[in-house]
Design a protein around this ligand. Structure first.
Ligand SMILES: Cc1ncc(C[n+]2csc(CCOP(=O)(O)OP(=O)(O)O)c2C)c(N)n1
Ligand SMILES: [Mg+2]
Length: 585
């Protein structure tokens, strides 16, 4: 790389100055300038191009990468068509508070420079409005001199808590313009995001008092922003208070925060512990009503588990709301709302609670409560083992069996769960460690899993870790082209298909409809089952150059199949897929 000669060379300099390692995209003429600069000016290194077959995949790659690497990468979307394809994945990242720099090409905005037809139909005024309701910021600099400020501001805003995607649209003319004079690069070290806010000291003091005085405190955690140190503070707080902890992260929402081996982990007994709580501390829980209530999925009726409990919240969520999609969720009464990043507030709260409990008159009661919770957890774990043993030889393969066999095969590895939970069984049966998994899409927009797993594999590319995707069939079918990206970039990933040959979630809905309306339940699979013919995922993957086996229908065949696939992933550092036909739930 020498001195920048074109506008887009300067964009590459900015990306490099920001330390952006990768840029995922599907090509397009509105960013041919930037594309050329990445290849011929930047040498396709730092950032390196990750070729994707769909913009939705490109964005979910960046989404998974952001969570695994703890910093954003970039994507580029070709004018309005690429951005429309990218939009749902941007929405997912917005809901999941994942930082992504989405760049776009547009125009030329100067109509006198346009080709007839294509440059017109693909240009919008203003392109960013397409995604403005679910990005934190968008901009479209009007000249190359204006690009550095737009870029640096977007880069900073994406990483400011609560984090999220940003969109910067680059006019084709601006990219392709010759630089008449040198444009100085800003010193990016002086534009870092602000440190996340600490809680108001008085409010924290109040929270500590209420928690220490509580008879039956409960801690609910939606996300700690994927910060392992915060998880340690959380467990220390729960230990001090002898409070059960409920990790609310699931296949869709939140980021795992609590190890499943933790003695006070009551994630599987949320209803019971919330029903019994007099004080609830909710750490970054957007879906607070869902956490405090039971929901009848048939009637949509919501029943609070407990109407006496006092609620303390610590979250920055109030600063992340938009009005278009109602991702702010139900308005719930809160007795002590605290604005702070939980990862910052927790150590301070722990210190206050430690101080208060130095001579704890309730130490005996607290000890007894901790023992009761630990016994409950042990009993739950025993139940799960019993279910597993009962289902060992069932066909189709039970999800518990799938999770157990995968665990058996990977437990001595330095494993990372990139996506999926096998319907919660991975958390139940694995020695589940929050720092080894990244949660789901956030926005429940399907087509997330493979792209995000590619991003996770990219972030761990040189670490030697073993990345695993517990991949549902319906979700994969939106984005099969992602398999190409995996092989093209030689990314080691073990894909275990949790293949129930159905968009099963909807079968459950159709069953409920039929029952409520007195109509035939046996029709529930019409328009939902993915069979006749069932896609042969092993053949599909092989067609993309991936080592693949399946369909595996006999539980006895699963361990040897996993072993062969793991040899490919571990030793050859290539992707592999095992298609496992499983029970619907
Ligand atoms: C983009 C998108 N389209 C449709 C849906 C509605 N939807 C929710 S779950 C689901 C089925 C998912 O199927 P699969 O990934 O195979 O998981 P399963 O329910 O079978 O476990 C569908 C279609 C959605 N959430 N997102
Ligand atoms: Mg399915």
């Amino acid at each position: 790389m020498t001195t920048p000669q074109y506008g887009s060379d300067l964009v590459v300099d900015l990306m490099r100055a920001a330390g952006i390692e990768y840029v995922a995209f599907n090509p397009g003429a509105t960013f041919r300038g930037l594309h050329d600069s990445l290849v011929n000016y930047g040498g396709n290194r730092a950032p390196e191009i990750i070729l994707c077959t769909h913009e939705e995949i490109a964005v979910s790659v960046a989404h998974g990468y952001a969570k695994a690497a703890g910093r954003p990468m970039a994507t580029v979307a070709h004018n309005i068509v690429g951005l429309q394809h990218a939009s749902m994945a941007i929405f997912n990242a917005f809901c999941d508070r994942a930082p992504i720099l989405v760049l776009g090409g547009t125009g030329p905005m100067d109509t006198s420079k346009r080709r007839p037809w294509i440059d017109w139909i693909h240009t919008a005024l203003v392109q960013g409005t397409l995604v403005r309701d679910y990005v934190k910021f968008d901009d479209q600099p009007a000249s190359i001199a204006a690009v550095p400020e737009a870029f640096v501001r977007a880069w900073r805003i994406a990483r400011t808590e609560p984090q999220g995607p940003v969109y910067v649209c680059l006019d084709a003319t601006v990219q392709e313009e010759r630089l008449e004079r040198a444009i100085p690069l800003p010193d990016l070290a002086r534009f870092e995001p602000p440190a996340p806010p600490q809680a108001d000291p008085q409010a924290l003091e109040d929270a500590a008092r209420r928690l220490c005085e509580a008879r039956s405190p409960v801690i609910l955690v939606g996300s700690l922003g994927g910060k392992p140190a915060a998880s340690r503070s959380l467990l220390r707080l729960a230990d001090l208070l002898a409070a059960p902890v409920v990790d609310l992260s699931d296949a869709h929402q939140g980021r795992p925060s609590v190890p499943s081996t933790y003695a006070l982990d009551m994630s599987a007994a949320r209803q019971d512990v919330v029903a019994d709580a007099d004080v609830v501390l909710a750490l970054d829980v957007p879906n607070l009503l869902g956490a405090l209530a039971d929901v009848d999925r048939a009637t949509r009726q919501v029943q609070l588990l407990n109407d006496r409990t006092k609620v303390i919240t610590i979250s920055l969520d109030d600063y992340a709301h938009r009005s278009w999609a109602q991702t702010y969720l139900s308005l719930v009464p809160v007795d002590l709302p605290i604005a702070a990043h939980p990862a910052v507030a927790l150590p301070a709260l722990v210190a206050l609670v430690e101080d208060r409990l130095k001579n704890d008159p309730e130490a005996g009661a607290r000890q007894a409560r901790a023992e009761r919770i630990a016994a409950r957890r042990t009993a739950l774990a025993a139940e799960w083992r019993k279910t597993l043993e009962r289902q060992r030889s069932e066909r189709p393969i039970a999800q518990a069996v799938l999770a157990a066999e995968v665990w058996e095969a990977i437990k001595t590895d330095d494993w990372i769960l990139a996506n999926g939970t096998a319907n919660g069984w991975a958390r139940r049966l694995w020695e589940w460690r929050p720092e080894r998994s990244y949660g789901g899409s956030g926005g429940a927009g399907l087509g997330y899993g493979l792209g995000a797993s590619i991003g996770v594999a990219l972030a761990h590319r040189d670490s030697g870790r073993l990345c695993i995707d517990l991949q549902s069939d319906g979700d994969l079918l939106y984005v099969l082209g992602g398999l190409y990206t995996l092989t093209h970039h030689r990314l080691p990933l073990l894909i275990v298909m949790c293949n129930n040959r159905s968009y099963y979630n909807d079968e459950e809905h159709q069953e409920r409809m039929a029952l409520v309306r007195g109509r035939p339940v046996e029709n529930k699979g019409i328009g939902i089952r993915i069979d006749d013919p069932a896609p042969d995922f092993a053949k599909i993957a092989q067609g993309f150059g991936i080592y693949a086996e399946g369909p595996v229908e006999d539980p006895a065949m699963l361990p040897p199949a996993l072993k062969r696939a793991l040899r490919v992933v571990r030793d050859e550092r290539r992707p592999a897929l095992i298609d496992v036909v499983i029970q619907p739930r």
